[in-house]
Design a binder for this molecule. Structure first.
Ligand code: FES
Length: 157
């Protein structure tokens, strides 16, 4: 698939760039758009987005690798991001992570063979009151137990 936005998508890029005094402020939302369109942020996507901002690929690459919300490889249909920061760690995140890697048969950062689930760890998602917690796609699940995680994975089947 060629790495190029459609005319309509380029219109959205321009709209986003106009929202900021410095159009570079739109880099993050445009990267989100690129991820939505191309599935993940490959090196070619980094280069292409760089051309829209007159930025070198190294600059875009630094941004993409800084944030966990950008995927640099194809991801599964669902993404489980388990928080492993302090509160979640103290409340049992490691047990949840160990259970998920075993149940799914993958390591952190990998995707199941059927392309169903990508498993990640992330830093604090600012929902410490729900610890241990994870994000599944765009929603939070908290007060996790092994049983709760089992049901969650079953629902994603
Ligand atoms: S430490 Fe997990 S949400 Fe804050």
């Amino acid at each position: 698939m060629p790495v190029e936005f459609t005319r309509e998508q380029l219109g959205e890029v321009t709209r986003l760039q106009r929202l900021y005094p410095d159009r570079g402020g739109a880099l993050l939302p445009v990267l989100h758009l690129a991820q939505e369109v191309f599935g993940y942020i490959s090196e070619d996507v980094e280069k292409y987005v760089g051309t829209l901002f007159d930025l070198g690929p190294a600059h875009v690459h630094e941004v993409v690798t800084f944030y966990t919300m950008y995927f640099r490889r194809p991801r599964g249909r669902h993404v489980l991001s388990v928080c492993h920061n302090l509160s979640c760690h103290l409340m049992g995140a490691q047990e949840i992570i160990a259970h998920l890697t075993s149940r799914l048969g993958i390591e952190l950062g990998e995707t199941t063979d059927d392309g169903r689930i990508t498993l990640l760890t992330v830093e604090c998602l600012c929902a410490c009151e729900m610890a241990p917690m994870l994000q599944v796609d765009d929603r939070y699940e908290g007060h996790l137990t092994v049983e709760k995680v089992e049901r969650l994975v079953d629902r994603l089947a």
